[in-house]
Design a protein around this ligand. Structure first.
Ligand SMILES: O=C(O)CCC(=O)C(=O)O
Ligand SMILES: [Fe+2]
Length: 279
């Protein structure tokens, strides 16, 4: 019997009584997809997925993307698996929503712990719907009308040119040779729940359009402060066998970097998403 217990009053649930290696069809994945929209972050303890089984489970939740727009996958057999190795730049200690620097950011991410430090290396997720509702009504009204620029060049342009010679992956049918900034609505309407979220993040959002640079900076500071409020977060202490799935349309996350140069490796698979729609 699958059991779903909320982890905080705001977001996150722990799901037990399910062997993810056996979740291999859209039919089997459907109740988990529904739980994902409701809880936004699902923690599955005590799993034992190989890379191939990880992919099998992710494919039951949705269509898979390549590992990343520019970073190659785990190996030739697993081009969908993005390796986050702390020893090779795979740290993300900043609030961000995955791949919002592309026109169609992933719907969700399926993250598996591969090698963990003895302590530390927790991951936090925050609820962007709660962040939106935290804004005062006049500010929500303003946010509803705004558009933001998201730019992945700070993180990935050098990698693309220095490590890959300018040839990234094929993403949405296009070979990625440069990371042109994209625009998304500041307030995103969730395509399944219809709820609004504050869809900006300090990882990739660089500028609000239609306002002055000073206004953009000040408003983004206010928005980012709402995004990072501890009240809206769940923090996960990883154990071997853990798999966590998050709704990338209504959350941001932060990988706590408190473990120095100890080894930490994670494997991530992303589910193909749609073009964010505003109010
Ligand atoms: O390493 C982690 O815990 C999360 C890293 C991250 O940002 C991701 O997997 O998208
Ligand atoms: Fe991430």
């Amino acid at each position: 019997m699958t059991q779903i217990e909320p982890l905080t009053p705001v977001l996150g649930a722990r799901v037990t009584g399910v062997d993810l290696a056996g979740v291999r069809s859209a039919e089997a994945g459907a109740p988990l997809r529904a739980a994902l929209v409701e809880h936004k972050v699902l923690v599955f303890p005590d799993q034992s997925l190989t890379p191939t089984a990880h992919r099998g489970f992710a494919a039951a939740l949705g269509e898979l993307t390549p590992a990343h727009p520019v970073v190659p996958g785990l190996d030739a057999d697993h081009p969908e698996i993005y390796v986050l190795d702390a020893g090779d730049g795979g740290k993300a200690p900043v609030w961000h929503t995955d791949v919002t620097f592309m026109a169609r950011p992933p719907l969700g991410s399926v993250l598996r712990a591969v090698t963990l430090p003895p302590t530390g290396g927790d991951t936090c997720w925050t609820d962007l719907e709660a962040a939106y509702l935290f804004l005062s009504e006049p500010l929500r009204d303003l946010a509803d009308k705004l558009t933001a620029v998201h730019d992945g060049r700070k993180d990935f342009e050098e990698y693309l040119h220095e490590r890959l010679g300018g040839e990234g992956n094929t993403w949405e049918g296009q070979r990625i040779r440069s990371l042109e900034p994209v625009e998304h609505p500041v307030v995103r309407v969730h395509p399944e729940s219809g709820r609004r979220s504050l869809f900006v993040n300090p990882g990739f959002t660089t500028r609000l359009l239609g306002v002055s640079e000073a206004e953009s900076r000040a408003l983004l500071d206010v928005f980012f402060a709402a995004v990072g409020r501890p009240e809206f977060t769940v923090r996960h202490r990883w154990r071997e066998g853990d798999v966590v799935v998050w709704d990338n349309r209504s959350t941001a996350h932060y990988a706590v970097d408190d473990y120095g140069d100890q080894r930490r490796v994670m494997h991530r698979i992303t589910l193909r998403g749609d073009v964010p729609v505003g109010v």
